[in-house]
Design a protein around this ligand. Structure first.
Ligand SMILES: *[C@@H]1O[C@H](CO)[C@@H](O)[C@H](O)[C@H]1NC(C)=O
Ligand SMILES: *[C@@H]1O[C@H](CO)[C@@H](O)[C@H](O)[C@H]1NC(C)=O
Ligand SMILES: *[C@@H]1O[C@H](CO)[C@@H](O)[C@H](O)[C@H]1NC(C)=O
Ligand SMILES: *[C@@H]1O[C@H](CO)[C@@H](O)[C@H](O)[C@H]1NC(C)=O
Ligand SMILES: *[C@@H]1O[C@H](CO)[C@@H](O)[C@H](O)[C@H]1NC(C)=O
Ligand SMILES: *[C@@H]1O[C@H](CO)[C@@H](O)[C@H](O)[C@H]1NC(C)=O
Ligand SMILES: *[C@@H]1O[C@H](CO)[C@@H](O)[C@H](O)[C@H]1NC(C)=O
Ligand SMILES: *[C@@H]1O[C@H](CO)[C@@H](O)[C@H](O)[C@H]1NC(C)=O
Ligand SMILES: *[C@@H]1O[C@H](CO)[C@@H](O)[C@H](O)[C@H]1NC(C)=O
Ligand SMILES: *[C@@H]1O[C@H](CO)[C@@H](O)[C@H](O)[C@H]1NC(C)=O
Ligand SMILES: *[C@@H]1O[C@H](CO)[C@@H](O)[C@H](O)[C@H]1NC(C)=O
Ligand SMILES: *[C@@H]1O[C@H](CO)[C@@H](O)[C@H](O)[C@H]1NC(C)=O
Length: 563
């Protein structure tokens, strides 16, 4: 009953008398019910179609996106699909290699070019005008984070990147970000002093703001382009316990935003790792799909900074995240499990009021750890991360360029957030269903009390070929579909439905694969379609919810119910 303790009496009374608990289920004796509220009371902040966004390691920019004149068709087909399904990802060309990136106006036009050591470590990435020009290849409306090198401790380098980004793409730069994971810099840089870090960050961002302002021109122009004073992502720290404490919760008390520059507090999230053997042993399918663990990681490692940002009147983003740091775990993050993981993870952060989540894509970085499971490819060729949604080009290590099973999960998320202003509430696991492997979320549209519009259900239970049960959970949503007592569309003035009866009928779109460890994207379907080469194969399948209101979700499946 804890769930309802903050609700007004009238709603509690409605629940008490609601037919939900008394609904007979002759055909599905085992069907369970979810405690879904009809109003958005207690729901998250309003989310945008950019909620599900990306971070791409800049050293591998050309591998993922090609160059300005010759874009990588496969990656762009995937981004187009995400847009067609209602998403509008913000692109952060960020990660460890942004801290050794440099702009050179005379660099060869085919850039960006990474300089790689004999052990495959990327120690410098040089970008020229063509790097920024390639941003124009992205779907219409795509916004970017202009990411700046803090690692080289050279204001000239950071300023050069910032000014170049607004010279070449002044309409596409939404934010600036100075440095990636400063917690991993040599400790001699600030001697573990938060105050010293904050002082240098403020000194540089002020200098860069002034240079960008004078490049962009008259302040009215700047305002028109959205270059207000709040244009920075701040922090960009990991959740690791480190000597230098610069998470959002650490830097806010030190006055990081005293000049009103911060747009978003960014924090990075990697609940698992293959950076060393001890942690690699925990990076299993059964563990990455444990909802209890994922939610408790969010609450322990992320929430204090999230609340500090919100309390400061600001907003926060998961500026970089993925399942398993140090490029994933083969046979785990390159399977269908990763699709279910990414859905549940983004919804966990949506409930906790992140404004976006930037799924990281890249390749193994030799300098990141001397003890990691993954390796770069031979001779400095990329060892693409197994948590990527796509291997964007053919490589010695990963084989043919191809889409990975997790991509379809991003189409699921695009549809979850397709309506601007969507708010979300987590619905607890029903009685008798293992809360470690089940998550459900109610989605609301519109202001005020909102209207219950969708239901996302993720049955995270790993389902393998050798199992004799498929862990199907059957959910009774009859109270929330047309004719159901709790459907707000059935109360008060009747809205216009344009005379099309089917438009009012609840239906299900299903994300499925034969087994949780499926590795071939051709076997993964979202609403009946697969996307193995970046083109939809098959017809869209909407499963109309029958009069009994039962929706079944197998182990290792997710459904989006459109109410
Ligand atoms: C910039 O690139 C040009 C052409 O490759 C090269 O000659 C020059 O040395 C580079 N400048 C810097 C500062 O690296
Ligand atoms: C862009 O990429 C294409 C395909 O890899 C290549 O043929 C071309 O030379 C590149 N353009 C430049 C200017 O380097
Ligand atoms: C891009 O979007 C804007 C705003 O929605 C629209 O005005 C413009 O026509 C679009 N451009 C293209 C090339 O689709
Ligand atoms: C930046 O620092 C890295 C070491 O972290 C070094 O290898 C690289 O040469 C430096 N880049 C420039 C342009 O100074
Ligand atoms: C950090 O400590 C070392 C050794 O005490 C000192 O030489 C250096 O100047 C300090 N650096 C900063 C930024 O305070
Ligand atoms: C940054 O610090 C330097 C050296 O301490 C100083 O000369 C400069 O004026 C400062 N810049 C800003 C914008 O505060
Ligand atoms: C840059 O311009 C913005 C608004 O356009 C303004 O708020 C800010 O104070 C300016 N910053 C500097 C350092 O000039
Ligand atoms: C899931 O994670 C929680 C929290 O770490 C743990 O207590 C529980 O045992 C895990 N469940 C399974 C099935 O491993
Ligand atoms: C991944 O699974 C395949 C097929 O079962 C197996 O051959 C391979 O050794 C596994 N790789 C790793 C890193 O476990
Ligand atoms: C998220 O925002 C909603 C709406 O403002 C609020 O009720 C809720 O407490 C917030 N949750 C967190 C974790 O901040
Ligand atoms: C079923 O297969 C999975 C994956 O290969 C394996 O981890 C598990 O131990 C197997 N379970 C049984 C009951 O054989
Ligand atoms: C994708 O595969 C389908 C089926 O094999 C084929 O018809 C289609 O042309 C392919 N699309 C691309 C872009 O390769």
């Amino acid at each position: 009953m804890r769930l309802y303790s903050t609700l007004p009496m009238s709603f509690a009374a409605l629940l008490a008398t609601s037919p939900v608990t008394a609904h007979p289920q002759p055909d599905h004796p085992s069907a369970v019910q979810l405690s879904i509220r009809t109003s958005a009371a207690g729901a998250s902040i309003a989310h945008s179609p950019s909620f599900s966004s990306f971070s791409f390691e800049p050293a591998f920019w050309v591998d993922f996106f090609g160059n300005a004149s010759s874009p990588n068709a496969l990656t762009f087909r995937l981004l187009d699909l995400i847009h067609q399904h209602g998403g509008a990802p913000i692109i952060r060309p960020g990660g460890i290699t942004m801290d050794s990136m440099i702009f050179n106006a005379s660099a060869s036009p085919g850039d960006s070019v990474r300089d790689v050591s004999t052990t495959g470590g990327v120690y410098r990435t040089t970008v020229g005008p063509a790097y920024y020009e390639s941003w124009s290849n992205f779907p219409n409306g795509t916004k970017f984070v202009s990411t700046l090198n803090f690692g080289n401790d050279s204001l000239d380098i950071a300023l050069g990147l910032a000014v170049a980004s607004v010279i070449y793409q002044r309409e596409l730069v939404e934010y600036f970000e100075l440095g990636n994971e400063p917690t991993n810099y040599p400790s001699s840089r600030w001697n573990d002093s938060t105050a010293a870090y904050v002082a240098q960050w403020k000194n540089w961002t002020a200098a860069i703001d002034a240079a960008v302002n004078s490049t962009v021109g008259a302040s009215s122009d700047a305002a028109q382009l959205g270059y207000g004073s709040e244009r920075w992502w701040a922090s960009s720290a990991t959740t690791d316990i480190t000597g230098l404490k610069v998470k959002p919760a650490d830097i806010i008390p030190f006055g990081i935003d005293s000049m009103d520059q911060v747009a978003e507090y960014s924090i990075h999230s990697y609940p698992f790792s293959t950076c060393d053997p001890a942690r690699a042993a925990l990076a299993t399918i059964a563990n990455i799909l444990n909802h209890t663990y994922l939610a408790s990681y969010a609450d322990t490692s992320i929430l204090p900074s999230a609340l500090a940002a919100l309390d400061a009147g600001s907003s926060w983003t998961i500026g970089e995240f993925n399942s398993i740091s140090c490029s994933g775990a083969p046979n785990v993050s390159d399977t269908f499990a990763q699709a279910l993981w990414v859905i549940d993870s983004e919804l966990i952060y949506a409930v906790r009021n992140a404004s976006s989540c930037h799924l990281h894509q890249g390749a193994t970085l030799a300098f990141q750890s001397g003890d990691q499971v993954n390796t770069p490819g031979a001779n400095g060729t990329p060892g693409f991360s197994t948590y990527d949604m796509v291997y964007p080009e053919t490589s010695e290590l990963r084989g043919a360029a191809r889409v990975l099973p997790s991509f379809a999960g991003l189409l699921f998320l695009a549809e979850v957030f397709a309506t601007d202003g969507t708010r979300i509430v987590e619905v607890g696991a029903p009685e008798g269903v293992d809360a470690d492997y089940f998550a459900a979320y109610a989605l609301y549209e519109g202001g005020g009390d909102g209207v219950l519009s969708k239901l996302a259900v993720v049955n995270l239970r790993p389902y393998y070929a050798n199992l004799t049960t498929d862990y199907t959970v059957s959910i009774d949503i009859s109270a929330h579909i047309m004719g159901g007592a709790l459907n707000p569309k059935h109360h008060g003035p009747q809205p216009h439905y344009g005379g099309d009866a089917t438009a009012t009928q609840a239906y299900v779109k299903r994300l499925t694969a034969p087994y949780v460890d499926a590795k071939d994207a051709a076997d993964v379907t979202w609403a009946g379609q697969s996307f193995a080469n970046g083109s939809a194969i098959g017809q869209v399948r909407k499963e109309v919810v029958g009069d009994d209101g039962i929706v079944s979700v197998r182990g290792s499946e997710a459904v989006l119910v459109f109410l």
